[in-house]
Design a protein around this ligand. Structure first.
Ligand SMILES: Cc1cc2nc3c(=O)[nH]c(=O)nc-3n(C[C@H](O)[C@H](O)[C@H](O)COP(=O)(O)OP(=O)(O)OC[C@H]3O[C@@H](n4cnc5c(N)ncnc54)[C@H](O)[C@@H]3O)c2cc1C
Length: 389
């Protein structure tokens, strides 16, 4: 069995692991990145529809979900979106702001991965692919055993990501190691994921698959004004993905289908006839026609009294659905929960109980909103650890 010695071994060659390797390598550390896949950064390649929404220029701690909402502050402040943009510009990668501060590559996510690999190369960080970790032990140093090699290092960084998208290589190794070393974990669950209708709602709405409209979706005190999309199994689109990260059974999700609009305003004019025809045309001004018609079919006014009309108005601004579940890790963009932040130093990501053991990126209980925040957390937490090695 071949034995290799490094200053630090990083498990997982995703966004956080590669950034950590670059920062540590720049400080002269000899690092190895052990990646299970046949190439690093596969999630980067599929991100942002192949264009990688690599950061969000308006990134704030409020854009992250964690049991400790203050934890991410320090790392985010010390490696900012501008720091990453500077790296992107150094490599001549063209990018644009799509909306709401979201920065995407003009060409391809391959540019971002190529940049990270080139930076790793420049600092001599070794990336070992197809590394199947069998066992991690610690005596005087950490020993990571793969099928036919052993990697020894004083420092171990766990950057194995979350459980989302198992078919491109997600595993539970990070959580398993946290447990092995006695660290607490906040229960993981899929986030940024489509929500599933009940069978009754499915039969009411799912033939409208593909229809989208701007809504305000709310759950657990959080509100997101963005598009909602009807799918063949439930609801998706950015507004729904955002609230899904806050949603837990059996809570409802509230949807305002007509934000800041008043559907029944026309009826305050006594000249306006109180008919289904008028109501339909008012609804169609706000919602896509087929959805407007379906809403009217399923929520007809009980009568034409002012009270009934205001009830109809109330319902359209507070459509409460109680999802039966989510599309799960197969489809989720992220994993909410993870290694409890109480276990980690917010400055360095080193565990408090086990010196020289670090956790970074998505495996930690810090989850970003949709819009480039998850990569910014991966870069920032990776840099925080890399500078401390
Ligand atoms: C479809 C999709 C699109 C996304 N788009 C965006 C976006 O545009 N913007 C954004 O900010 N976020 C996006 N995300 C989220 C973002 O990709 C992740 O939050 C980010 O990649 C997390 O970085 P990480 O390094 O912690 O984990 P990962 O990037 O998942 O890297 C973990 C690495 O560890 C490896 N690994 C796992 N288990 C083992 C093991 N046992 N041994 C060795 N290696 C192992 C994996 O193969 C992987 O390479 C998207 C996610 C998905 C699924």
């Amino acid at each position: 069995m071949a034995i290799h010695s490094f200053d630090a071994v990083i498990l997982g060659g995703g966004a956080a692991g590669l950034m950590c390797a670059i920062e540590a390598g720049q400080r002269g550390r000899r690092v190895a990145v052990l990646e299970r896949g046949d190439r690093p950064g596969k999630k980067i390649l599929i991100s942002g529809g192949g264009r990688c929404n690599f950061t969000n220029i308006h990134c704030k701690p409020e854009n992250f979900i964690s049991s400790n909402p203050h934890f991410a502050r320090s790392a985010l402040a010390r490696y900012t979106p501008s720091d990453f943009v500077a790296l992107v510009e150094k490599h001549g990668i063209r990018y644009h702001e799509k909306k709401l501060g979201q920065f995407f590559c003009d060409r391809s996510a391959r540019d971002i991965l190529g940049m990270l690999e080139a930076e790793c190369d420049a600092v001599g960080a070794r990336i070992v692919t197809s590394a199947k970790v069998q066992e991690v032990t610690r005596t005087t140093e950490f020993v990571v055993r793969t099928e036919n090699e052993e990697f020894h290092a004083n420092v171990l960084v766990v950057a194995t990501g979350g459980l989302s998208i198992p078919k491109i290589g997600a595993t539970s190794l990070g959580y398993d190691l946290a447990r092995q070393f006695g660290l607490k974990i906040c229960d993981p669950r899929p986030g940024l994921v489509s929500l599933l209708f009940t069978s009754e709602e499915r039969s009411r709405y799912c033939d409208l698959t593909g229809i989208s409209t701007e809504v305000v979706a709310a759950c657990d005190g959080q509100r997101f004004r963005e598009k909602m999309l009807i799918t063949h199994r439930g609801l998706s689109g950015p507004a729904i993905l955002q609230v899904s990260s806050y949603w837990e059974q059996p809570h409802p999700v509230q949807i305002d289908l007509a934000p800041e609009r008043q559907i029944t305003a026309a009826f305050s004019d006594p000249q306006t006839p109180r008919t289904v025809g008028v109501l339909r045309s008012e609804l169609r001004k706000v919602l896509p026609s087929r959805l407007a018609d379906r809403w009217l079919d399923t929520h007809p006014p009980a009568s034409w009294t002012n009270h009934s009309l205001s009830e109809l108005e109330r319902e359209i601004h507070a459509w409460a659905i109680t999802p039966t579940g989510t599309e799960g890790y197969e489809k989720a963009e992220v994993t909410v929960g993870g290694v409890d932040t109480d276990e980690l130093s917010p400055k360095t990501m080193e565990t408090r109980r086990v010196p020289c053991l670090f956790f970074i990126g998505e495996v930690v209980d810090v989850t970003g909103h949709l819009g480039g925040f998850n990569f910014q957390w991966a870069w920032a937490s990776g840099a925080a650890a890399g500078r401390a090695l």
